[in-house]
Ligand binder design. Sequence first.
Ligand code: PGA
Length: 254
Amino acid sequence: MAKKMMIANWKMHLTIQEAQQYLQYFLQHFPYTEAPINILFCPPLTHIATLQKMMPAISSLYLGAQNCHHQAQGAFTGEVSAYMLKDMVTHVLVGHSERRKYAKETDDILKKKIDLLLSYKLQPIFCCGEPMVVRQHNQHISFIQTQINTCLGHLSPQAIQRVVIAYEPIWAIGTGQAAHSVQIQTMHQAIRSILQQQYGPTVAQNISLVYGGSCHEKNAAEIFSCQDVDGGLIGSAALDVEKWIKIGHILAAV
Ligand code: PGA
């Protein structure tokens, strides 16, 4: 069965000091040793080394990066690669819609990132999701299918089980308007069946599918109750440690 997972995407927020205070508070107030969930924090790169020292050695808490370059080394000013991240984090977000939009990342580049991350034993969190216009034209399932097939379709059954897939409809990210739970379950079921067609039911059931896009402490119970939702990728609500703790309790209870 897929692991339940909640992922905090802090984006370009919080100073190191604020991040330390947040993590300290979280560790003191959330029963992470008992909760049957995996929790991943994706802070800005500048904070990772500091937070790494604070993380307890327990297999349910992880640190991740929000991005990496698609090559291991080279003359790429300002970039950081999987080769450098491999000793600092366990996971890396790949293909967040903000990267696709602002950094013009294509599915071909994302595929290279996935391969490089897996070669360094890092776990990609692969983000996919449609813009509103695609949904209005009723093309959302085929749109997601293309993203998944192009970036992940070449992976072996062993490799695909190292990937977490985040369904994030672009129109729901940062808008305060999450997708409806029926829309979410429909898409997650579609993703599961795309995986099942290629890899069979056992592998498909082992892959964690998380939802992202205005998921917060008030709608988390409904979203996490969807049969094919294994957790959340959370931006705004993950910046508030009290809200994050509430979301953790909700995920642990469903
Ligand atoms: P949001 O962001 O929760 O603020 O909508 C989610 C994301 O971008 O991953």
